[in-house]
Design a protein around this ligand. Structure first.
Ligand SMILES: *Cc1c(COP(=O)(O)O)cnc(C)c1O
Length: 372
């Protein structure tokens, strides 16, 4: 059937027809109409986290990881020392890119099923005074944990450490207020909770910090200071912009604002999440995380204990019904993930649960109950 499947994945995700239609035109990178769209998108992004007075937005071509890499390269001096608060796969990725760029990197480990701890961070910073920057993943998309941004930011502010926040899967959905929570850089992307299409990231950088960042990046493409200076001077992107992605994001942001902004988006995702959890528990499935630390963004479920279960077949069966699931990303346990984000509501979530029920039936599995 020639109909898009519903993506229950944390980006790319399901977008509205209006967002898709915005991509049916060609734009010149020098053209003032396109430059006006870029400027409008940058202004709107600042408003989402109330950072108009304190920060600037620097967009960057590429997927979200490109922007994380650029933020670390641009903000951290070459002799700086980064402490990564690690409770999952995206934290490990941030540590890896930091090391690859030649910055000293220390990892403070927490389990995949727990939040990072601001108290443990405080202790670590007291014990090692050489740390200059802390990296936090706001929502660890690996398992789905909602990390305590405000408490971590308070410790960093008190100890005068730079804070770099990967808010990729939380921006636009979970509350973030730059007037109360101090961060040097906060990174997100077009194709996550803003419900645009993938292809560009952006970094919200504290003005005072960015001023001192000239020449820090060892990379030409991953240099946010250079991108910023060029964009301020010309209104244009350095190097070819992802024009279709930018206009789709502008259209997605207009819908985000019309929906009621971040509080409304969080409310919709929360009701998606609740519909999912209730429906899946009816089928016997068990979520991996304690609900107290679970963000309503992506949910990890234990795989069913039935020996007939196999992710690939399960995935195909759900796909037949029009729903795309996501594999698990835990190091030890067999799991799978279901995203609650995208241009979908509780009706689609209810249908997704029915698709899962049918998938189990097709595989001859009576219940989603895990083995443990
Ligand atoms: C999606 C995501 C990223 C970026 O991943 P890409 O594959 O580069 O888009 C980074 N961090 C988190 C927490 C994410 O959810």
């Amino acid at each position: 059937m020639d109909r898009d499947k519903i993506l229950l994945t944390p980006g790319p995700l399901t977008t509205t027809l209006r967002t898709k239609l915005a991509m049916l035109r060609d734009w010149g990178s020098w053209d003032s109409d396109f430059n006006e769209v870029t400027a409008r998108v940058r202004r709107s992004l600042l408003k989402v986290v109330h950072a108009e007075a304190s920060h600037v937005v620097v967009p960057l071509q590429g997927s979200g990881t490109f922007s994380v890499e650029a933020a670390v390269a641009t903000l951290v001096p070459r002799d700086g020392h980064v402490l990564v608060l690690d409770n999952g796969a995206y934290c490990k990725r941030a540590a890896r890119l930091t090391t690859l760029m030649g910055r000293k990197c220390t990892v403070l480990e927490f389990g995949e099923a727990t939040q990072v701890s601001a108290a443990a961070l405080d202790e670590k910073l007291a014990a090692d005074r050489t740390v200059t920057h802390v990296v936090l993943i706001h929502c660890e998309t690996g398992a789905g944990v909602w990390n305590p941004l405000e408490a971590v930011a308070e410790v960093c502010a008190r100890r005068d450490k730079g804070l770099i926040v990967d808010a990729m899967s939380s921006f636009g959905a979970l509350p973030i207020d730059a007037r109360e929570t101090r961060f040097d850089a906060l990174i997100a992307a077009s194709g996550k909770c803003l419900e645009g299409v993938p292809g560009m990231g952006f970094v919200i950088v504290r003005k005072q910090v960015l001023q001192g960042c000239a020449g820090r990046s060892q990379s030409l493409a991953m240099d946010l200071h250079d991108q910023y200076v060029y964009m301020e001077r010309t209104g244009q992107w350095r190097f070819t912009p992802p024009t279709h992605v930018v206009v789709a994001l502008a259209e997605a942001i207009a819908q985000f604002e019309a929906e009621g902004g971040q509080p409304s988006r969080l409310a919709r995702y929360t009701s998606n999440y609740q519909t999912l959890i209730h429906g899946m528990s009816r089928l016997g499935f068990m979520p991996f995380l304690d609900p107290a630390i679970q963000a309503p963004i992506i949910v990890t479920f234990h795989a069913p204990g039935d020996p007939r279960y196999e992710f690939k077949a399960f995935y195909s069966a759900a796909r037949q019904c029009g729903f795309i699931l996501y594999p698990g990303k835990l190091t030890q346990l067999e799991t799978f993930r279901v995203g609650c984000i995208g241009a979908i509501g509780p009706t689609e979530m209810e249908q997704a649960v029915q698709a899962v029920a049918l998938a189990l039936e097709n595989m001859g599995i009576a219940s989603g109950e895990p083995a443990i």
